[in-house]
Write a protein that binds this ligand. Sequence first.
Ligand SMILES: NC(=O)C1=CN([C@@H]2O[C@H](COP(=O)(O)OP(=O)(O)OC[C@H]3O[C@@H](n4cnc5c(N)ncnc54)[C@H](OP(=O)(O)O)[C@@H]3O)[C@@H](O)[C@H]2O)C=CC1
Ligand SMILES: N[C@@H](CC=O)C(=O)O
Ligand code: NA
Length: 432
Amino acid sequence: MKAIHVGLLGLGTVGSGVVKIIEDHQDKLMHQVGCPVKVKKVLVKNIEKNRQIHIEKEILTTNVEDIISNPEIDVVIEVMGGVEDTRQLLIEALKAKKHVVTANKDLMALYGTELLSIATENGCDLFYEASVAGGIPILRSLVDGLASDRITKMMGIVNGTTNFILTKMTKLGSAYEDVLKEAQDLGYAEADPTSDVEGLDAARKMAILARLGFSMHVDLEDVNVKGISSVTDDDIDYSKRLGYTMKLIGIAQRENGKIEVAVEPTLLPETHPLASVNDEYNAVYVYGEAVGETMFYGPGAGSLPTATSVVSDLVGVMKNMRLGVNGRSAIAPQFEKQIKSPDHIFAQHFLRISVKDQVGAFSKITSLFSERGVSFEKILQLPIKNSNLAEIVIVTHKAAQSDFEEILQHLNDLAVVEKVKSTYRVEGNGSI
Ligand SMILES: NC(=O)C1=CN([C@@H]2O[C@H](COP(=O)(O)OP(=O)(O)OC[C@H]3O[C@@H](n4cnc5c(N)ncnc54)[C@H](OP(=O)(O)O)[C@@H]3O)[C@@H](O)[C@H]2O)C=CC1
Ligand SMILES: N[C@@H](CC=O)C(=O)O
Ligand code: NA
């Protein structure tokens, strides 16, 4: 039977893994799809570069047309990254009736809707499992495994780099910059790691998850984002003292048809299932009205885990080719997008405030909270050595985001408050 020919755009961390899996698992692939799978051409920037894997030099090219306009190539696998130019390339590939598999969340978060509709118009598949939570088959689980349910909440650790950094800072006391460098060396971080540490990479993934889970057209701008670059050792220490673990958490929840999607450093009780997800591992908790609680766990970044999702998508394309049903799996959103306003978003909050160590300071602060009906779950007050300042650490009960923001503004105006040093969302007290 005729072989399926693949054109690969990119041969870095993920691309090398794809080549390795296609070679090493050829028997399994042939058994599943009934024909050999061959990598025909690979686009790279620099042909002369030393590579981790062995590859015939004549397969490499710097001319994208060798892939996009190559009539022998059936499937284009995009693992090079980039947005605008890559979007044009993939549109060209789809119009040339090539199926596409991509790991590119930047692209799918911004142009996923457009690309999926071009794929459908051209009878092509466009699969992107690796774009969210690397090796975890989370998109297929939402689209197929939980297809019959109504999903109301998804919460997870969806960025390997930041989870790696926070784990090493928490468990080993490592310095932020050193661990970031380690994550880059291990191939977890993006080409520009700003998108990892500032939460944008996780926001892109949460937008994709919310779109599929809630069947709504969720845009990247709908996601409230805060990253981990301002998290300090002190914040981590205080969280530990209060029994919490700091994680970069993505939350997407739906209530009465309205949604909230956010990514922010969040404190979780140490006993929470997501608190024990460490290093580059990811986990996504999904709550469905009928199924109840489900949780998906696995490596969120790295060469072979991510490539596993890519090659499994390739198998999906090839199975559809055999059945003659390519280009029929994308489903248009069922619901109009409705975003929750801040007075409908409720969460607990951690605050660390330095105050003048004087009589009445504490009551001035507490009355700001009580005036808005916000009560405290935990409080810690400690003197700051060699100063006339004290540090107050508070964990509130659930409060509306609008009330909390108002309290913060007024706190900063109080004469007894030297500085609100940090605030974090707290999740998972009582339930996931
Ligand atoms: N690393 C990971 O764990 C994960 C990555 N992803 C996504 O997968 C994609 C690839 O990531 P990763 O493998 O880490 O990236 P790398 O930087 O390791 O590899 C990128 C590859 O693409 C090639 N390339 C980049 N730009 C061009 C261009 N303009 N023309 C030709 N070739 C180009 C590079 O060529 P050369 O080798 O010559 O420099 C390189 O081989 C990204 O979209 C990323 O977000 C998704 C999940 C996990
Ligand atoms: N940079 C990303 C790679 C996978 O998506 C991460 O760290 O999770
Ligand atoms: Na995945």
